[in-house]
Design a protein around this ligand. Structure first.
Ligand code: PMP
Length: 298
């Protein structure tokens, strides 16, 4: 991991329609997004120069903003193009792309009707989210104290920055206790997701995953469910209670950053990464990587 802080790197960042030098992509301390959490973002990956599900991500960005009551002043097509331009101008082939939209400084206070909606898009080569060896062998997860909130408590279908407050607290607690991540339950005590990824389980060759009714229905989640179905695996979305975890043989998490990552432990429960996890990991890698040119490979 590079030790250069994220605000001091080389390259360019797309900001409100212009490419600005990386260290100059700044916002003022009196920004509504910073004070009141009026900001939404995306995490997108590119493999071999090709951005995976770019438009789906930027549609979700628009949708997330709408849920928070603001409209991003750039179309999905314009944001798609800006993401491609940022990659190209930074000379990136493997990339993590981070669009973020936030309310600006024109008003301070809970009411922010007249604030400018800003959009910035950065991109960098992020590598693997978890240690590559752990991704195969299985990460260890704690069980979080904070719960994914009731949709009446927070805009749970929006990828809004405020929803990550409890994720960072739980991720830090888990890391301090020697784990890689934490499993979050929801407000009803049902299994929900990891701090930045969705979760799947395997029992008797069948895949089970919680119904995403109070957390993100991840783009990776849906891709992996399609890959599983294409392999003939049954995938059941349902309520999963934590005391069922002892019945599952395999467990994995999915997300743009985490990709498909095996899980070996959740609190007292143990899993053995097996055929289904490995198959879906490989199928996902094949799906996101552009096919090598036939001429180049003969
Ligand atoms: N849940 C949370 C809390 C996340 O941060 C992410 C990553 N965006 C996901 C699920 C998975 O979403 P996706 O597959 O669309 O990246």
């Amino acid at each position: 991991m590079s030790s250069v802080p994220y605000d001091q790197r080389e390259g360019v960042i797309w900001m409100n329609g212009d490419m600005v030098d990386w260290p100059d992509a700044k916002l003022h301390v009196l920004s509504h997004g910073l004070h009141y959490g009026s900001a939404v973002f995306e995490g997108i990956r590119a493999y071999g120069g090709q951005i995976f599900e770019l438009t789906q991500h930027n549609q979700r960005l628009h949708e997330s903003a709408k849920i928070l009551g603001f409209e991003i002043p750039y179309s999905v097509e314009e944001i798609d193009k800006a993401c491609r331009d940022v990659m190209a101008q930074n000379g990136l082939v493997e990339a993590y792309i981070r669009p973020i939209a936030w309310r600006g400084s024109e008003m301070m206070g809970v009411s922010a009707q007249e604030t400018r909606i800003n959009l910035a898009i950065s991109a960098w080569d992020w590598g693997k989210y978890f240690d590559p060896e752990a991704q195969l062998k299985g990460i260890r997860m704690a069980i979080a104290d904070y719960c994914r909130p009731d949709p009446r408590t927070a805009p749970t279908q929006s990828k809004a920055v405020g929803l990550y407050m409890i994720c960072t607290i739980e991720k830090h607690k888990a890391e301090a206790a020697g784990y890689e991540d934490a499993l979050m339950l929801d407000w009803r005590g049902q299994v929900a997701e990891a701090t930045g990824a969705n979760v799947f389980f395997v029992k008797d060759g069948v895949i089970h995953t919680p119904t995403p009714d109070c957390f993100l229905d991840g783009i990776t989640r849906r891709s992996v469910m399609n890959l599983a179905k294409a392999r003939g695996y049954e995938v059941i979305e349902r309520v999963i209670m934590p005391d069922e975890l002892s019945e599952f043989s395999e467990c994995f998490i999915t997300g743009t950053a985490a990709e498909v990552t095996a899980v070996a432990e959740i609190g007292p429960y143990k899993f053995t990464p097996g055929t289904i996890t490995e198959t879906l990991m490989n199928d996902y890698s094949a799906l996101v990587r552009p096919v090598e040119s036939v001429a180049a490979t003969g």
